[in-house]
Structures are given as structure tokens and as C-alpha cells.
Design a protein around this ligand. Structure first.
Ligand SMILES: Cc1ncc(COP(=O)(O)O)c(C=O)c1O
Length: 280
């Protein structure tokens, strides 16, 4: 099932043609987006997602997104959802049409969560490390690369997942050229050792994750140690748990990395997943 609302506060048919062919979002991937998990009608981390949408838009020099209009579009799609208890809710915001008056295109689209994601949540995944070709400092040195913005230009991210599939895995852990862990193409990496959770710094040029932030909040409250520091890729092999986390996949366990089986983290995964759920 899908429900679509436009930024002007109207519902639209998600099966009908709607976006103009000269929309910059379509022509150049020139826009930003968010994907939000909704459970039992309640969007998780809506505020942080809207904050990040605004930050990404600013990085692309887009007009500031109308927060109230997006909130209204979210309310509208959720009020009209008659499907299952969990929803993937996408917010999209583009530079609008070529030669137009500069009005951005924006919408909120609610969708079912794919069976593939549901299976990965339960069973865990094999991942491969892939070089992302970025080095510390690049984010500040070359802001036009939009490192850390959630832009619509995700073709590279999708190509990396296809490369993982060619190598017999489902997911990717991007690294710097010198082997420091970055993130997944659509997820944040979290490593666990005992009751310490570690994630790489956003300053390396990765997207600050709302799921990671929520999990670290819960972990801090429950007396776990949380740290943000560079993680050499070798550390992942001896960790008690390696997780790829994002809004819709939640906390997904990596059981195999570059063909090597990682220490069994099934129990720890259950504990970390419970921690995350305790936020809601
Ligand atoms: C590149 C990248 N990193 C991290 C994440 C995780 O972000 P969040 O937890 O806010 O969904 C995403 C989400 O899709 C992403 O695309």
C-alpha cells in the first residue's frame, strides 16, 4: 500500500504521473530526502529527520523546507493509511523544474516495508567492505561533494549494494582508503564490545544517523558506554557485535564480513534491539 501527500497539503494518487520530466530531482538527483519509520501511526524521530532535511537542503543551497507543510503532509498520509502497523515514510524535496519560478517539489510518501528488510532485521546480513575513496578532512576541504548531506544522488550507494551482491553479500561497510570504517550506503555502523557501543565520527564525511542517536541516548540512560571515534576496519573482526542501523531496518546484525564469520552476536543483538525499542 502507498499513500502520497504533496507539500501543498493535498493527497495525490501514487500511481498517477505527477513529477515533470524536467524536475531537477529527476534530471540530476538535485534534491534531498528522508526516510522515516512509522510504528502504530507514530513517526519515530520526526523532529531529527526534519532537522536533517533542513540541514541537507542548506548544504545544497535549496530554499529552507517549509517544516509546517511537511508536518501537515506527514499527518495527512498517516491519517489516510489503512495498511500494516509499520510504514516507511519518505519525504522528498527537490530544486523544482528547470526554468521554473524556483518553487521546490516536495511530497510525503508512505509505503509498506519490503519483505527483504523484514527478513534482514530478523536474520542478519553478510556485508563486504568497499573503499569509498574519501579521507579525513575532505568534507571540509570540498563541501561541494556534499558529504554528510542526504541528497537524492544515491546512484553510487545503490551501485555499491549491487557490488556487494555480486560478492555474495547483502550490504556494504564503506571505508576510507586507509581502512577506517565509515558507514553503509543507507545505514550507520555501530560496533559493540561488551557494554560499549562505538560509531565513527560524522566529520569523516558520513551522514549523522537518527537511529544511532536514538540508540546512544537509550544506551547512555541504561548505563552503557557510548563513544564516537574512528574505527580501523580490523577492529570489526574481534568485536562482540557489528550492526548496520537505520530508520526502517532498525538494528541489523552483520554476521559475516568479507566472507569471514564474525563472533556470534545474536544475543547481544537482541539486547541492543531492546535498548533501541525502549526509546519508544
Ligand atoms: C548514508 C546513510 N547513512 C546513514 C543512514 C541512517 O540514518 P537514519 O538512522 O537516520 O535512518 C542513512 C539512512 O538512510 C543513510 O542513507
Amino acid at each position: 500500500m502507498r499513500v502520497l501527500a504533496l507539500l501543498d497539503g493535498t493527497l495525490a494518487d501514487p500511481d498517477a504521473p505527477l513529477i515533470r520530466v524536467d524536475d531537477f530531482g529527476l534530471m540530476r538527483g538535485d534534491g534531498v530526502f528522508e526516510t522515516i519509520l512509522v510504528v502504530d501511526g507514530k513517526p519515530r524521530e520526526l523532529g531529527p529527520h526534519l532537522d536533517r532535511l533542513a540541514r541537507s537542503a542548506a548544504m545544497l543551497d535549496l530554499p529552507e523546507p517549509d517544516r509546517a507543510a511537511f508536518e501537515h503532509a506527514v499527518d495527512l498520509v498517516l491519517a489516510n493509511w489503512t495498511g500494516g502497523a509499520e510504514i516507511a515514510l519518505k519525504l522528498v524535496y527537490t530544486r523544482g523544474v528547470e526554468g521554473g519560478d524556483g518553487t521546490p517539489t516536495g511530497f510525503a510518501l508512505a509505503m509498506d516495508i519490503s519483505p527483504k528488510v523484514m527478513a534482514q532485521r530478523a536474520e542478519g546480513i553478510a556485508a563486504v567492505t568497499l573503499d569509498r575513496g574519501i579521507e579525513p578532512g575532505l568534507m571540509d576541504r570540498a563541501p561541494w561533494l556534499l558529504l554528510g548531506a542526504k541528497s537524492l544522488s544515491y546512484a553510487m550507494n545503490m551501485a555499491a549494494i549491487r557490488e556487494a551482491e555480486r560478492r555474495g553479500a547483502a550490504e556494504v561497510v564503506f571505508t576510507t582508503s586507509s581502512g577506517s570504517v565509515l558507514e553503509g550506503p543507507t545505514s550507520t555502523l555501530i560496533m559493540a564490545r561488551g557494554r560499549t557501543l562505538t560509531t565513527p565520527p560524522a566529520e569523516l564525511g558520513i551522514l549523522p544517523g537518527t537511529t544511532q542517536a536514538a540508540l546512544f541516548r537509550a544506551a547512555g540512560r541504561e548505563g552503557w558506554t557510548v563513544e564516537v571515534r574512528p574505527i580501523p576496519v580490523e577492529e570489526l573482526y574481534s568485536a562482540d557485535g557489528v550492526f548496520l542501523v537505520s530508520s526502517v531496518r532498525k538494528i541489523t546484525r552483520v554476521h559475516t564480513l568479507d566472507g569471514k564469520t564474525l563472533p556470534d552476536s545474536a544475543e547481544l543483538h537482541a539486547e541492543v534491539a531492546d535498548l533501541y525499542e525502549s526509546e519508544y
